[in-house]
Unconditional design. Structure first.
Length: 356
């Protein structure tokens, strides 16, 4: 399904503006202006999010997608049916689809579209700010699921910074270097996390990875090493307990001083595929000729923050193939973008049937 020229211009224009996480200001102002042109009551909130509200009514639906991207400049262009560019899939395509769908007002429904900042940073400042606001009746998180699928579960995330320091030693001294101590500590943490790794379904498995290492740093008096360890945490597991366990393993390093700091944490989340919102998506997708697939993802999203705070019916949805996320070939099917707008319009029209 081909989107309108105005909707295609919206998504392309948004993708053309660089908005690496924590540097989203220009894209936010641009989106606020475009929403205002479409009749939204549009502004920038205290966290720097782009916020547009449209319609009146007793039912409130929040459509929240993130406007920031990971680094990496990709020349924006259209190749056949695809829009190529950083953020086309993750997640400006879903965000633009939200704006396009909500432009068509539904009687009795108030829709708030939010372009959230810092989702790609550990801070997630945009979603955390909105979590302090009253809960809506329904919330849709903008992430690529494919036009005929919705995401109902995400793993949690834990990122630990492990800093090692000790008195400087001569390079010929016996015993492990500080870099070797750091790697030995990583191996203990990894082996501890591998317990239960035989779980058949990957979504139910704890993943632990060494995301970064900086070792052998010294000033002549103290030598240092630093690890960044990342966990993907399945439902039923507490990220806080993992942090405590890692700190205990670090205590085994004798005279080397080790400080373990939590850099980011989100608990795993699962919502109901039988909720009124999920059923509305299933009907809207069927109405557009598709059959709904419910997905579980190993990454995280702003759902990990907002569902515990709001507890309302919530799913993640948006056009695009998540396999392109963060890659140098990020691209979005224009036809799929158009079909997702049609599905979202169907969902919003069904929200009017649910007067809380």
């Amino acid at each position: 399904m081909k989107p309108s020229e105005a909707d295609l211009a919206l998504v392309r224009g948004l993708v053309e503006i660089p908005s690496v996480s924590r540097r989203e200001g220009e894209a936010v102002e641009w989106l606020v202006a475009r929403m205002a042109e479409r009749g939204f009551r549009a502004s920038v909130d205290d966290a720097g999010n782009a916020v547009g509200e449209i319609g009146e009514g007793t039912v409130h639906v929040v459509l929240l997608g993130h406007i920031d991207t990971v680094p990496g400049e990709i020349p924006v262009r259209i190749e056949g049916d695809e829009l190529v560019g950083r953020g086309a899939v993750d997640a400006k395509g879903p965000l633009a689809a939200f704006v396009a769908a909500a432009t068509q007002r539904v009687a009795g429904v108030r829709v708030t579209v939010i372009g959230a900042v810092e989702e790609e940073s550990p801070t997630s400042a945009g979603a955390r700010h909105r979590a302090t606001q009253p809960a809506p009746d329904w919330c849709v998180i903008g992430e690529p699921s494919g036009w005929d699928a919705v995401t109902i579960a995400y793993k949690g995330r834990l990122t630990l910074d492990v800093a090692l320091s000790r008195e400087a030693r001569h390079g010929a001294s016996p015993g492990p270097t500080v870099a070797e101590e750091a790697l030995a500590l990583w191996e203990r943490v990894r082996d501890s996390a591998s317990v239960g790794a035989t779980v058949a379904r990957s979504f139910e498995r704890l993943d632990c990875r060494l995301e970064g290492i900086d070792a052998g740093i010294g000033d002549g008096l103290v030598e240092r090493a630093r690890l960044r360890i990342g966990y993907r945490v399945p439902p039923g597991m507490d990220p806080g307990e993992l942090a405590v366990a890692a700190a205990r393993l670090a205590e085994q390093n004798g005279g080397t001083r080790i400080v373990v700091t939590t850099q980011g944490r989100e608990d795993p989340v699962r919502t109901q595929r039988t909720s009124p919102l999920a059923r509305a998506f299933a009907r809207a997708i069927a109405g557009s000729g598709g059959q709904t697939t419910f997905k579980e993802k190993s990454g995280t999203s702003d759902m990990n923050i907002l569902f515990p705070a709001w507890g309302c019916p919530m799913v993640a949805y948006g056009p695009g193939d998540s396999r392109y996320d963060h890659t140098p070939i990020e691209r979005l099917s224009i036809a799929e973008f158009g079909r997702s707008i049609d599905v979202l319009k169907g969902v919003l029209s069904r929200a009017s049937d649910r007067i809380i």
